[in-house]
Design a protein. Structure first.
Length: 324
């Protein structure tokens, strides 16, 4: 699962925070624009998804099973408190602390389900993440108070026969929570939602984008909306599918030269890193105060050697042939 999780984490945090990684940047004023599954009352007004689904084929030898894992980010409101007074930001020593949004990772797994069971009837499991709060003491009467709201939904998995030895699997994610305005919907949403499916018992998934010729007609009947499935894991393997809100190729990999997540998998690491290194002192302070993950990027970029930067320049690969 490690190499799958590495790619899935890139999907999870795609667009989480964008260059120049500061709260004041215009592009960071309206966040959570990728892969959101929102409450239906808001989604239908805004034209966003309240349900997403993916279908893909599996070669089924008779004793196979599958496990589905839904992963998403859950929005968290981070409030700076100066004593008992909520404030937008405060200085404590050499650091600035700001009120903003963060997110927490959520992961919900179906457990192993036999394909024979799914062929008889669908299986549904709940998404039910409770609301909560926590506090982080900073010192000098300053603290963070974090608040997250409840997220509710369902995941339904089903299967139908799709030809000799083939089964068409379907996974559908639905947000059943309340929320009519943008702020309420974001806090009740499954953000950057994606699904990982793993086959067991000898079952093997068929490439959705490049199926073998005898299976091409059956693959063409698969319908996906908001999630785009590809084979994942070591190149050549057929036991894992990643259904993502971002269109990928089979067996996507994270480049070994990449020093860490920059929250923009479609950008060039070297350009983003050089941009971070060009920031002024005031901009760096704001970046560090915006989000702990932004502070990690700042520290990581500042510590890169010239050799590590050079490795990011000029490497060319063909994802259809190269094993990384």
């Amino acid at each position: 699962m490690d190499c799958v999780r590495a790619v899935a984490d890139v999907v999870l945090y795609e667009g989480y925070l964008l260059w120049p990684y500061r709260r004041s940047a215009l592009k960071n004023q309206r966040r959570w624009t990728i892969g959101g599954v929102y409450p239906r009352p808001y989604a239908e007004k805004a034209g966003d998804h309240w349900t997403v689904c993916a279908e893909f084929l599996m070669e089924e030898p008779g004793d196979s099973d599958v496990e589905f894992t839904l992963r998403f980010l859950h929005a968290v409101h981070r409030q700076v408190m100066d004593g008992d007074t909520p404030v937008d930001e405060v200085r404590a020593g050499d650091e600035t602390f700001t009120t903003w949004q963060e997110a927490r990772e959520r992961e919900i797994t179906s457990g192993r389900v036999s394909v024979a069971r799914l062929l008889r009837s669908p299986v549904r499991f709940p998404v039910a993440v409770a609301a909560g709060t926590d506090e982080e003491e900073i010192g000098g009467g300053v603290r963070f108070t974090r608040l997250w709201r409840r997220v509710d939904g369902t995941v339904e998995i089903s299967a139908v026969a799709a030809g000799d030895g083939l089964v068409r699997l379907r996974v559908e994610v639905v947000n059943t929570g309340p929320g009519e305005d943008r702020d309420g919907a974001v806090h009740a949403a499954m953000l950057c939602a994606h699904v990982v499916a793993r086959a067991g018992g000898g079952g093997a998934f068929v490439s959705p984008s490049d199926p073998p010729e005898p299976m091409a007609d059956a693959a063409a009947t698969c319908v996906s909306d908001g999630l785009w499935p590809v084979l994942a894991g070591p190149p050549g393997s057929h036991d894992t599918v990643l259904a993502s809100p971002i269109v990928l190729y089979d067996w996507p990999q994270v480049a070994p030269e990449s020093p860490g997540d920059l929250f923009d998998g479609t950008e060039i690491d070297r350009l983003l890193i050089l941009g971070v290194l060009s920031l002024g002192d005031g901009e760096r302070r704001e970046m560090a105060a915006t989000d702990p993950r932004a502070a990690e990027i700042l520290e990581r970029c500042a510590s890169l050697s010239s050799g590590e930067l050079l490795a990011l320049h000029g490497t060319m690969r063909d994802p259809r042939r190269d094993v990384w």
